[in-house]
Design a protein around this ligand. Structure first.
Ligand SMILES: [Fe+2]
Ligand SMILES: [Fe+2]
Length: 234
């Protein structure tokens, strides 16, 4: 099975690089080259971590107490971890994506998640908070999960994006209800992220995302719950 998947993903490379660069490769070569291709494309999508289009233009809120500020830091830290995970998932899913359009969609979505990450990062700095201690784990774990999901084919992989974004939008609704009503800077970031997550989900659906079985959605919810509970504290 893995051999046929590798043959399919090599075809994408053939489209994206000049034909004379294409060569028959071993399974390991193909995986390394796909990995390299993903991270080179990713570099082109967004060359730095400048938070382009930072949505928070309102003036900073006057914090009623230290605990109020800390509670918002915890929420932003969770969203920061979520954006790290989203990038890991989508780049991992691009590892075994078969169709060129789906491959490019995943890279574009990942680059937009990186922009969301830059916004969360900046907001954390404004609030004098820190990112989760487990940030590298969130990325690596998500990358592995994303790659494993994409082994099941593009429709399942796109269905996974759809379900992920649906759960993220619901999660952001929860955070929007929890942040102080006058914290407009955090609110505008979360609102913009929510809008863009819904677009990712709609795009995945339009590309042919399959409906995931209920147990898969449940498992995803449990994994996200563990990540959120951990990132909120550490
Ligand atoms: Fe995002
Ligand atoms: Fe997204």
């Amino acid at each position: 099975m893995i051999e046929s998947i590798i043959r399919e993903i090599i075809d994408i490379k053939e489209i994206l690089v000049p034909l004379d660069e294409f060569r028959k490769v071993s399974v390991l070569d193909a995986l390394v080259e796909r990995f390299d291709l993903i991270f080179r494309q990713e570099q082109k999508c967004l060359v730095d971590h400048t938070p382009v289009g930072y949505p928070a233009i309102e003036i900073e809120k006057i914090w009623a107490s230290e605990s109020e500020r800390r509670s918002v830091i915890a929420l932003v830290r969770v969203n920061h971890a979520g954006e790290v995970s989203a990038q890991g998932l989508y780049l991992g899913q691009a590892m075994f994506s078969r169709d060129q359009n789906n491959f490019l969609f995943l890279l574009k979505a990942a680059s937009e998640e990186r922009l969301h990450l830059a916004w969360c990062n900046r907001r954390l700095k404004e609030l004098k908070g820190n990112a989760s201690l487990f940030t590298p784990i969130w990325f690596l774990g998500s990358f592995v999960i994303g790659a494993a999901v994409s082994l099941n084919g593009d429709p399942v992989s796109l269905g996974f994006v759809e379900e992920t974004e649906k759960q993220v939008a619901a999660h952001l609704d929860g955070h929007l209800a929890r942040i102080p009503h006058d914290d407009n800077r955090t609110r505008s970031i979360l609102q913009r992220m929510r809008e863009e997550e819904l677009v990712h989900g709609e795009k995945a659906e339009s590309l042919g995302g399959a409906t995931l079985p209920p147990f898969a959605s449940k498992l995803m919810g449990i994994a996200a719950f563990v990540m959120k509970q951990t990132a909120q504290k550490f």
